[in-house]
Write a protein that binds this ligand. Structure first.
Ligand code: CA
Length: 226
């Protein structure tokens, strides 16, 4: 999952970046509105955290421009304490949620994960697509009742595919959501991850939940259970 964090306080920006990386996100960091718009244009983001008080373009204008460009990603705004007008304006500009500074990093993480989940049509952090169950909170995966051990990238691939269950995800799209731009993006590597993932998820039933569509990509079968 790819998150853009926009914040002009360098120390806060870096610490948030580390927390989201540790939680398995691909992280893009922007210190002002111009950088934010650059990342918004150039990268397929899954979610953005935008501080409203930025030195050049306001966070509000960044959101309005992203929305005007047709970007529908979930956006959480960070506002200074007591500026209730900012929350309203942020939501009116197209944000989906807000958090008042100072905040607990755990709350920000929980809210961001909830936004990503809801954007994929999931209400609970436990994604159930029988026979596979994935818990985004604990990063555990089960096939039927048996827990499956996945590597970091196998987990990230599966989480992304399950969040987008029912949709075809191309190899390029998967790569961009799993790797920062300075990492190796060899598409053969993705094939290896998916191959291993398919074997680990190998259900006894004949229909594998993870489909490979030749030349198009991958699709996790949509069989949501509440
Ligand atoms: Ca600020």
């Amino acid at each position: 999952m790819r998150v853009l964090i926009v914040e002009d306080e360098q120390a806060l920006l870096e610490s948030l970046g580390r927390q989201f990386e540790a939680a398995g996100f691909v992280v893009d960091l922007a210190r002002d509105g111009r950088e934010a718009l650059y990342y918004g244009e150039e990268f397929p983001l899954d979610v953005a955290i935008i501080d409203l008080g930025l030195p050049d373009i306001s966070g509000m204008d960044v959101i309005a421009r992203l929305r005007a460009d047709g970007k529908s990603l979930p956006i959480l705004v960070l506002t200074a304490r007591g500026r209730w007008q900012d929350k309203v304006s942020g939501l009116e500009a197209g944000a989906d949620d807000y958090l008042v500074k100072p905040f607990q990093p755990e709350e920000l993480m929980a809210r961001v994960k909830a936004l990503v989940r809801r954007a994929g049509g999931w209400s609970s952090p436990v994604l159930r697509c029988p026979p596979v169950t994935l818990d985004m909170a604990t990063q555990q995966v089960w096939v039927n009742d048996n827990e499956v051990t996945l590597t970091t990238y196998e987990y990230r691939s599966l989480e992304y595919l399950m969040l987008n269950a029912g949709k075809v995800v191309s190899k390029a799209e998967l790569t961009e959501h799993l790797y920062a731009d300075d990492d190796d993006r060899d598409s053969n590597v993705i094939e290896v991850f998916i191959g291993r993932l398919r074997r680990k998820l190998d259900p006894a039933n004949a229909v594998h939940p993870l489909e490979t569509l030749r030349g198009r990509g991958y699709r996790f079968r949509l069989q949501r259970a509440a």
